[in-house]
Structures are given as C-alpha cells and as structure tokens.
Design a protein around this ligand. Sequence first.
Ligand SMILES: [Zn+2]
Length: 307
Amino acid sequence: MPELPEVEIIRCGLQPVMEGAVIKSITVNRPALRYPFPANFQARLQEQKLVRLKRRAKFLNACLSSGERLLMHLGMSGRFTVAGSRAVGNFAQGHGGDPKHDHVIFHMDNGATVTFNDMRRFGFMELIAPGEPSRLDILGPEPLDPHFNAEVLRAALQRKKTTIKSALLDQHVIAGLGNIYVCEALYRAGIFPGCLAASLSGDQTEALTDRIRVVLREAIGAGGASLRDFANTEGLPGYFQHSFDVYDREGQPCKNCDTLIERFRQAGRSTFYCPSCQQEQGRNSTLAIPRPNPLTSRPDGKGFYVQ
Ligand SMILES: [Zn+2]
C-alpha cells in the first residue's frame, strides 16, 4: 500500500503535467472504485484548471479553479501513469498495469493524458465543495511539516491506550505512515513495537520523531518503496525496499547487531523488529505479544514462524 513517500513521488510526477493545466475532458470507465464517484463527477471536473496539486497524508489533494478540491487515494494498488506530455519532455510511455484496470483518464489541455489504474479498486476519488467538511479535517499532523515535533507527538501518544505500533498507524495521531515506515522508524529509534504508546519517555519520543522524518525523507529520495504494485508516473519502481532495516527481513541478521530479525502479528498485520536493538521494557509498559515458540522454529534456523 502506498504510504506518504510513495504518494509524494506520485505527486511529484503529476505536478509538472497537471498543475496549471486545464482538464479538457475526463473518461470514467466504471461507476465506483472503493466508493461511488461523486455526483456529476465529470461535469464538475471538465474545463476546470488544476490550480495546485498538493499532498496530505496519503491523499492527493488537487485544488480546482471552481474552488472544489479533488481528493484522490491510491488504495492498495492504485497508480497513475502520464503519457503524451510535451510539458515535461519525452516522458516514458511506461504503463501502470493491465489496461482493463484503467478506471479514470484525465485529458489535459497541454496534451498530457493521466491514467489512474487500480487493479484491486481500493482507491477512490472525492470532490469537496468549498467549506464542506472532508476526511482531511480529522487527520493528524504531517510528519514532514515544520510544526510537527516531539511535543506534538508525545501529547497525541499520551492519549492512546494502544501499542506504539498501532498508535503510529492511527492517521489521527500522525498522518501518512503505514506498516513499512512505522516498522522502520521504530527500529531506528530502538523502540519495541509492542510497548504502550503512552509509556514512551521524552527521549524516546524525540528519537522517534527524528527517525520518522529521516526514514520518510530517505524513502522519498529513493523514489519510494516498491514491494508489489508501486510504480511512479513513468511506470518505474522505487528503490527504498533495498534499504529496509527490518521490514520484510524476517530471519535475516540485524544490520546493527546480527541478531535475527523477528516477525509477529499485531492487529492483523506483520510487525518486524530486532529483539536485541528494540528490547521490551518492564511488564507494565508492554502489551503481551505472542513469543516465538521453539517448536515452530524454522528448520533453516532463520527466525521463527509466528502467527
Ligand atoms: Zn539489532
């Protein structure tokens, strides 16, 4: 699932061809993605100038000359592809996937065609009228925003009764993080993912705030992470998956201490961590997690199978 860095990469790819251009027409090939398209979707977009293309958390947020905003979410497998643009030179004709999953096509007045392809259809698009409440209103702070700092994060974590892993995935606490970057940031901060969010010390929160920012910036610099579906608007993958410290590295040695990276399930999702670098603290500060069972250890000695 694209997280903040991947959506930012998409935004950077779309900005040169969409920002300042007029949507001449729009093709919509089905009545709904995850949710139905808004009423009069095409009519409300046609002949509108796309004034600014911003990002908020994992949303693309396009400001239109009508005053409305077009929110676009990539869901699990959504991708945008640009073709036929002279605005950014000879753009590669990379494709976003099987054409039968091309659901929305924007035809811009500069000659660019922007195609939204989404095989699994967990993505969605919404139009927000001026003054109308939207999902963006209830999001937590942007981690790369200069106003975000350790005090802001600590105040939000103090209100949570969950583990730090679950708290960081909560988009009301901090916006834009998903499973990959939460695992990576907790590892770099040396924080056990099963510890209670409210138990973090000031120093730990400072470290975590810093590492969240660093890992996000590094991921953006690497073009995002491509595990299954992610590709940029040229159809090319990102490279940050080669820099993962813990995510998807179960049974491989920690880059810091050679202890084998372990995986366990938290709220239905895999958590990867180093049991040495991210030690559990006192019993009162952690939630019980399933511990590796030697009876189910892998025959190759690489970590454990843990449900
Ligand atoms: Zn380690």
